[in-house]
Write a protein that binds this ligand. Structure first.
Ligand SMILES: O=C(O)CCC(=O)C(=O)O
Length: 333
C-alpha cells in the first residue's frame, strides 16, 4: 500500500484576535461604500506627525542600515536629503516607527469598519501588505490615473489605501484627485504610457473612463484619506515651494488570499495557479488572520526608491522600481 502524505491542516484553535476601536459613524461607513473614499480629519495627532516627519529624515539619511539607503555625511542637511526623494517603498520593512503607523490603532479601527464593508459576512479582519512614504518635494511629479488593484490584486475587491497627510495637501503641492463612485462597477481599466513625464512619474496611466467628475481632496495635516482599490485616482506635480509628505499604507480583508506575485519560474517546478497564490509578507492589524497557520514571510531588510523625471539622476537605484518580485520592489508604481 502506498503511503499518502497527510496534507497540512489549519489549526482548530483560532488565531489571536487584535482588538481595535470603532471610530467611524454608520454614515461614514456608508459614505465609503458609496463614494469609494472617506476623509477622516484629525485622526493622527500633531505629536504623531512630528514622530513620522523625524523618522522620514532618519530613513532618508540612511539611519536604518539597508542596501538602497546608505548613511549620508553628517554635514548634509535634512532639507538637502529630502529634496532628492519622491517616495520610499516599504519603509515599515526597516523602520519600527513606520511599522507603528501601519498598526495605528484608531486608523486600523476605521479600517476594520470599512475595508470589506461591501461584503455581508465580513467580521472586520484586516491585514497590511504595503507602505509607501511620499516626500514629494517642490517640482516633483505626481502619479497618473490608476486603480491600486491593478498592482495589488485581492480576491474580493477589498484593497484600501490609508493615506496619512503629514503636511497640508493642496492642489498646489499635489494633493490626491479622485473620481467618486468609480470603484462601483468593479471594472479595472487598461493602462498605457502617459507621455507626460513633466507632470507624472513613470508609472502607466489608466484610460477609457469619464474623468470629468474628478475632484481634488485637499486636506489638513493629520487627516487620513481612505480609498478603495478600484477607485480611480491620481496626483499632480508639486507646484508649490513646500514638501507634500504622506505615508500611504495598503490593507485588505484578512480573509482574502493575496495573489500578488507569481513565484520565479525555474522551468522545473509546475507553476501554481494564480487562484491559490497567497503572499504572506503581511501584517495583521485588526481582528484575526485566518491564514496565520501558514506563518509569515520575513520582510527583506531593504526599501525601494521611486523615480520620476525630477530625481532620475539623483537616485539611479530607483530605475528598477517597476520590476516586481517576491519580497522585492512591489509591482506598484
Ligand atoms: O499621493 C500620491 O501622490 C499618490 C498616491 C497614490 O496614488 C496611491 O497611494 O495609490
Amino acid at each position: 500500500m502506498t503511503a499518502v502524505a497527510t496534507p497540512p491542516v489549519a489549526p482548530t484553535t483560532p488565531a489571536a484576535r487584535i482588538e481595535v476601536p470603532k471610530p467611524l459613524t454608520r454614515e461614514q461607513v456608508r459614505f465609503f461604500i458609496e463614494e469609494g473614499f472617506l476623509v477622516a480629519p484629525g485622526m493622527i495627532k500633531p505629536e504623531e506627525l512630528e514622530e513620522l516627519k523625524a523618522d522620514t529624515c532618519k530613513l532618508a539619511r540612511g539611519g536604518y542600515p539597508c542596501e538602497n539607503l546608505k548613511p549620508l555625511p553628517a554635514d548634509t542637511s535634512d532639507e538637502e536629503v529630502l529634496r532628492t526623494i519622491l517616495c520610499i517603498h516599504q519603509p515599515h520593512f526597516i523602520s519600527p516607527v513606520m511599522l507603528k503607523y501601519v498598526n495605528h490603532p484608531v486608523m486600523c479601527g476605521a479600517l476594520s469598519q470599512i475595508t470589506a464593508a461591501h461584503l455581508p459576512h465580513w467580521d472586520g479582519s484586516v491585514k497590511c501588505m504595503q507602505s509607501m512614504l511620499f516626500v514629494k518635494p517642490p517640482g516633483f511629479q505626481g502619479q497618473a490615473w490608476h486603480q491600486d488593484e491593478i498592482y495589488i490584486p485581492t480576491r474580493d475587491r477589498s484593497l484600501v489605501g490609508a493615506w496619512i497627510a503629514m503636511d497640508d495637501a493642496t492642489i498646489e503641492n499635489g494633493c490626491l484627485w479622485v473620481v467618486p463612485r468609480s470603484h462601483k462597477t468593479g471594472m479595472l481599466f487598461d493602462q498605457r504610457p502617459h507621455n507626460n513625464p513633466d507632470e507624472f512619474d513613470f508609472a502607466g496611466e489608466s484610460y477609457g473612463f469619464n474623468e470629468s467628475d474628478e475632484r481634488p481632496v485637499e486636506v489638513k495635516a493629520g487627516t487620513v484619506v481612505f480609498f478603495n482599490g478600484y477607485l480611480l485616482h491620481r496626483s499632480r506635480k508639486n507646484r508649490s515651494n513646500v514638501f507634500r509628505r504622506v505615508l500611504v499604507n495598503h490593507y485588505m480583508n484578512a480573509w482574502s488570499r493575496l495573489p500578488w506575485f507569481m513565484p520565479a519560474n525555474d522551468g522545473k517546478t509546475p507553476m501554481p495557479s494564480p487562484a491559490i497564490l497567497d503572499v504572506r509578507n503581511v501584517v495583521p492589524v485588526a481582528g484575526i488572520d485566518p491564514y496565520a497557520y501558514k506563518g509569515y514571510e520575513t520582510p527583506a531588510k531593504n526599501v525601494w526608491l521611486r523615480s520620476c523625471k525630477a530625481n532620475q539622476k539623483e537616485t539611479p537605484a530607483a530605475a528598477d522600481h517597476q520590476k516586481s518580485a517576491p519580497n522585492k520592489e512591489p509591482d506598484k508604481k
